[in-house]
Design a protein around this ligand. Structure first.
Ligand code: AYL
Length: 560
């Protein structure tokens, strides 16, 4: 068996609560320096503010709300100043956070709410109606809803609770503050390191989205690994936080890592290119963590030309394949604007907290397109379909073992056993090649997961929804490459309930396809829309066991 190991020396992972890791060096940094800055309003939380509010809110969660150790708390909010404070408080209080995608419809939110077992929901005021509809649909009474929901906004935030929310008698975040400090009440203990601290949702290789049980020690490991592979320095660096915090990429690399090393984060509530660029200029941002579509916008839009982006020294892409040409073009554009940054890539998964590999800044140019070398404390194998080692230099499925690998999927021992072998190898479902310098390239994806931009689109999710349409008999969903080759687009192959022959003309089939494409809108989050179209076919290719043969559907798409 060939096991590839990192060039970094391994180090012990602290068996502490994630809170302890985040605040380990707190006293070494200037506590009056900004920790989180709202890019739109300029409102700032200093490091001292964050610590005081975290301990106070942690107390409020335990003693005012009455949450108990291990309880799951849902966070449903776009990026905001209160987001990190709520997250850190959940960790400090020994609770578990399940952050939800803000684009979710009530039925998608209901799935995560039920599956995670979350009782309390911290929600941004603008998303309150979605939560109320979800809870009502799940059978909660108005009184129960009022008990479970906390409006997630600080008074000093711009988009503070509206009069309507205020008048509704909802529990406000501020009402949980200043009642006491958890530190004085209840010292943290070391036994929490193996407990689940976050439940982000991922479909893994197959099926519906599942709760990924990430332990305190997984994220402690991620933070320390990032210190080596992507070093940032207090007083020198500033990071722009535009990726959604509810996704493991934003959570680990924006919310947790910069704070732990004393580096401020400038928070963008959503992606707006002008606001993003003006934030870089205004706050002299040195590090931007992005996804390939943001790089594309930086290359093609006239907007960045109006701003001074010369403070940037590093840009990292992750979450979806980055074409080498995209990196080269961004480099060219930056240089044409008098800026110069190392463009690197990280690779990983929700299940690996998320870092598996990272390209070193020194290799940005020479290894463009590569996802770099293994993170510390992680080892990998490259294997064929039978679990046999791929030959050196040949592609194989990447299997990962080490400090970042999740505990398993919540309430789903079968999916966990399918994903992690008895000797601890987590099967990524990604096909990689390793070069002679120990750098990896992701060349293909073996699993059914579709990535629209860097968002997960589990085909099983869409198939389940489509099957609820009265005219849909059978369905198979795959991802097809967009025309400009920058992302995959979800496409559904559909067999009409009344049979293919019931729609004998091309025109009828196209009309039906368009109807379905429209019908799905509003039923699923925007990133799951069938942007790759709907195609009516005679039968969905299936194995003898009834499994959809997606490869055959992909071949069909290629024939077009
Ligand atoms: P999930 N290149 C190609 N594919 C990628 C890359 C990449 N750089 N990164 C992620 N993927 C795909 O759970 C791959 O198929 O986590 C992988 O299995 O939403 C899947 O996305 C996982 O999707 C970092 C910074 C990881 C970011 C990330 C992204 C985590 C995405 C490590 O250091």
């Amino acid at each position: 068996m060939t096991i590839y190991t990192p060039t970094y020396s391994s180090f012990p992972i602290p068996s502490t609560n994630l809170y302890t890791q985040l605040f380990r060096d707190h006293d070494k940094f200037d506590t009056a320096s900004p920790a989180f800055i709202d890019n739109a309003s300029g409102v700032t939380l200093t490091r001292k503010d964050v610590k005081d509010m975290t301990l106070s809110l942690a107390f409020g969660m335990r003693r005012v709300l009455g949450a108990k150790r291990g309880d799951v708390v849902m966070v449903f909010s776009p990026n905001s100043l209160s987001w990190p404070v709520v997250a850190f408080s959940i960790f400090a209080a020994g609770l578990c956070m399940t952050p939800a995608n803000t684009a979710y419809t009530p039925s998608e939110l209901a799935h995560q709410l039920k599956d995670s077992g979350a009782y309390y929901i911290f929600v941004h005021p603008a998303l309150l109606p979605v939560v109320v509809e979800t809870l009502t649909h799940l059978g909660a009474s108005p009184a129960e809803i009022k008990k479970r929901v906390v409006i997630m906004a600080l008074k000093r935030e711009v988009e503070a609770p509206t009069a309507e929310v205020d008048a509704g008698g909802w529990i406000q975040l501020e009402a949980l503050l200043n009642k006491g400090s958890l530190e004085r009440e209840e010292p943290f203990d070391g036994a929490q390191a193996e407990e689940t601290v976050t439940l982000c949702y991922s479909s893994g290789t197959t099926g519906l989205s599942k709760g990924v049980m990430t332990m305190h020690r997984n994220l402690n490991s991620q933070i320390l690994a990032t210190c080596l592979s992507f070093p940032l320095y207090a007083k020198k660096d500033a990071v722009i936080g535009v990726l959604p915090f509810y996704h493991i990429y934003g959570l680990a690399l924006l919310v947790l890592f910069p704070f732990s090393v004393g580096v401020p984060l400038v928070i963008c509530p959503r992606f707006d290119l002008a606001l993003f660029c003006s934030g870089i200029q205004k706050y002299k941002i040195t590090a931007a963590l992005v996804v390939p579509p943001i790089m594309l916008a930086l290359i093609n839009s006239p907007i960045p030309l109006k701003y001074d982006l010369s403070s940037l020294r590093i840009i990292m892409s992750g979450g979806a394949p980055l074409a080498k040409a995209l990196g080269i073009n961004l480099d060219k554009r930056l240089q044409s604007m008098g800026a110069k940054a190392d463009i690197i890539q990280g690779y990983g998964l929700t299940e690996t907290s998320p870092g598996v590999t990272m390209l070193r800044a020194e290799q940005a140019m020479s290894k463009m397109g590569s996802v770099g070398e293994l993170a510390p404390n992680m080892v990998v194998r490259l294997v064929d379909d039978d679990g046999v080692d791929a030959k050196p230099g040949e592609p194989g499925e990447l299997w990962v073992r080490g400090a970042n690998v999740m505990k398993g999927y919540l309430n789903n021992p079968t999916a966990t056993a399918d994903a992690i072998t008895p000797d601890g190898w987590f099967k990524t479902g990604d096909i990689a090649i390793r070069d002679d310098d120990g750098c990896f390239a992701i060349v293909d994806r073996k699993k059914e997961l579709i990535k629209y931009k860097a968002f997960q689109v589990p085909p099983a999710d869409l198939e389940a929804v489509l099957l609820m349409h009265p005219e849909v008999g059978d369905v198979g969903v795959i991802g097809i490459e967009s025309e400009d080759r920058t992302t995959e687009l979800p496409r559904a192959y559909i067999v009409p309930k009344s049979g293919y022959s019931s729609l004998p003309t091309q025109g009828e089939r196209e009309k039906f396809a368009l109807e379905i494409q429209k019908w799905i809108e509003g039923k699923v989050a925007r990133h799951k829309y069938l942007r790759g179209g709907v195609v009516v076919i005679e039968a969905i290719p299936k194995s003898a066991a009834g499994k959809i043969l997606r490869r055959q559907l992909r071949d069909l798409a290629k024939e077009e």
